[in-house]
Every structure is written in structure tokens, then in C-alpha cells.
Design a protein around this ligand. Structure first.
Ligand SMILES: *[C@@H]1O[C@H](CO)[C@@H](O)[C@H](O)[C@H]1NC(C)=O
Ligand SMILES: *[C@@H]1O[C@H](CO)[C@@H](O)[C@H](O)[C@H]1NC(C)=O
Length: 105
């Protein structure tokens, strides 16, 4: 097998990866920033939000975050945060206002 053939195979493999990745849309970056601020201002004594990890995508990995997909944009938007019964305290960061698609809290 020649070097060119190997390169073509690599490109095919990479584009397959990207298309699979593309099916699971990520959270809009502004909303990720807002969620991180909200998380930072909350106290979570019971550890319910322990899977709110920075390196993971909120809409696809975090608990209690419910999103809707916008196929046109290719992003997910936070629609709902179901935090009411989680014994959280602290304040809600003003960044909440940046979650433009929120319906309920
Ligand atoms: C999806 O995004 C496009 C472009 O920003 C916008 O025009 C459209 O209203 C959005 N759709 C929904 C369902 O929010
Ligand atoms: C919060 O309420 C929801 C719906 O009533 C329930 O499914 C969930 O288990 C509750 N969570 C906790 C931590 O009690």
C-alpha cells in the first residue's frame, strides 16, 4: 500500500469521525459560559451536580439540563434546568439571562 493510499484512508476515517460527532450537537458556547457561571454561584451540598464537569458538554452530559436542538445552527440550546428539588443554595448568577431559550426554572 502506497503512502497516498494510506493518507486517503486516514482522511476517510477522520471525516467519518466528524460526521458521527456532528449528529450529537454541542451546546451553544455562550450558554456553556453562562452555565459554568451559574454552577459557580450555586452551592451543592449533596453533590447532585457532580457531573457538571467543565470538559464535558452540558446538553449532552450534565444532569438536570434539558436542551433543544437547532438543526439550522448546529447547536443545542438550554431549555430547562430542573434544579428545584436538589437542595441547592447560593445565588443564581445573572448569566442566567444569557440562556435565551429557557422556558422554566
Ligand atoms: C434556529 O436558528 C436559526 C438561526 O439562528 C433561527 O433563525 C431559528 O429561529 C432557530 N430555530 C429555533 C427553533 O429556535
Ligand atoms: C427531583 O424531582 C424529580 C421529579 O419529581 C425526580 O425525578 C428526581 O428524582 C428528584 N430528585 C431528587 C434529587 O430528589
Amino acid at each position: 500500500m502506497g503512502r497516498e493510499k494510506a493518507i486517503i484512508l486516514l482522511i476517510v476515517a477522520l471525516s467519518t469521525c466528524f460526521s458521527v460527532y456532528g449528529q450529537e450537537m454541542i451546546t451553544h458556547p455562550d450558554e456553556v459560559t453562562a452555565l459554568e457561571a451559574i454552577h459557580g454561584s450555586l452551592e451543592d451540598p449533596m453533590g447532585y451536580l457532580r457531573n457538571w464537569e467543565k470538559e464535558k458538554d452540558p446538553c449532552t452530559s450534565w444532569s438536570f439540563v434539558h436542551c433543544l436542538q437547532n438543526e439550522t445552527e448546529g447547536y443545542q440550546h438550554v431549555q430547562e434546568l430542573r434544579l428545584m428539588n436538589l437542595s441547592l443554595s447560593g445565588t443564581l448568577a445573572p448569566e442566567l439571562g444569557q440562556l435565551k431559550y429557557m422556558e422554566i426554572l
